[in-house]
Design a protein around this ligand. Structure first.
Ligand SMILES: [Ca+2]
Length: 247
């Protein structure tokens, strides 16, 4: 499942819910929501675990960067659904803040899924045990990205959906084993060597003709001798016939 799909499902499943993940001394905080979000992504909570939300950005670790690209907030950057927005310490945000980016952001405003944001106005009443207002998750529009330090974007190779690709590459590794059909081609390279032996036989057939052509010119005697022999034979044959019939 893609990060955007995980985020969309996480948001739709939890709108209006109070989420608690870690540190029961501070119930339903912004960090609790994002811990639960990481659970859905199958990303270790330790990648963002700090006492205060702003530290996720300010004190990001190698473990954080192992799973996320850290993208600073700029006037033109538009985050996408599934990104994690981290707020620095500014007036009105004493310990920073963290939330999951939803759909609908533009260069002016960020739409996100937040817990414990403006809890004075948005709460599920007072917890009878603690006497504190009970925060819950909801969609928020952050005007002008006020306080946003940057974003954590899940790296492509750390998302659960990309873990399918290794099995694909294994099926691809089967194809080299079928390459023995290609290794049959060396046997077909014998025919070129055959054609070479043929050219040898041609050069052989040339050498006799060369000796033939050289022999008449260099030694006329064989041909003269041949005709002399044949003339001597006929002469002998005629004499033989004369002896036979007239002798
Ligand atoms: Ca908590």
């Amino acid at each position: 499942m893609l990060v955007a799909e995980v985020a969309q499902k996480f948001i739709s499943d939890n709108i209006g819910n109070s989420l608690e993940a870690e540190d029961y001394s501070a119930l339903d905080q912004c960090m609790d929501e994002v811990f639960k979000y990481l659970d859905q992504l199958i990303i270790p909570r330790g990648t963002i675990r700090h006492q205060y939300a702003h530290e996720v950005w300010d004190n990001a670790t190698d473990f954080t960067r192992e799973y996320f690209d850290l993208i600073p907030n700029t006037p033109t950057f538009i985050p996408r659904i599934g990104d994690i927005a981290v707020f620095k310490v500014v007036t009105g945000i004493p310990v920073g803040h963290i939330c999951v980016v939803a759909t609908g952001s533009d260069v002016n405003n960020m739409v996100s899924f937040d817990q414990n944001w403006d809890t004075i106005h948005y709460n599920h009443g007072t917890d009878p045990k603690t006497g504190l207002l009970i925060p819950y998750c909801r969609l928020v529009v952050h005007n002008n990205y006020y306080g946003v330090a940057g974003f954590l974007r899940v790296k492509e190779n750390s998302s659960p959906s990309s873990s399918i690709s290794p099995s694909f590459s294994q099926s691809l590794s089967v194809s080299p084993s079928s390459s023995p059909s290609a290794s049959l081609s060396p046997s077909s390279s014998i025919s070129p060597s055959y054609s070479l032996s043929y050219s040898y036989s041609i050069s052989y057939s040339l050498s006799p003709s060369a000796s033939m052509s050289s022999s008449p010119s260099s030694s006329p005697s064989p041909s003269g001798q041949a005709s002399g022999d044949s003339g001597g034979f006929w002469q002998w044959f005629i004499n033989f016939l004369k002896k036979l019939f007239h002798g």
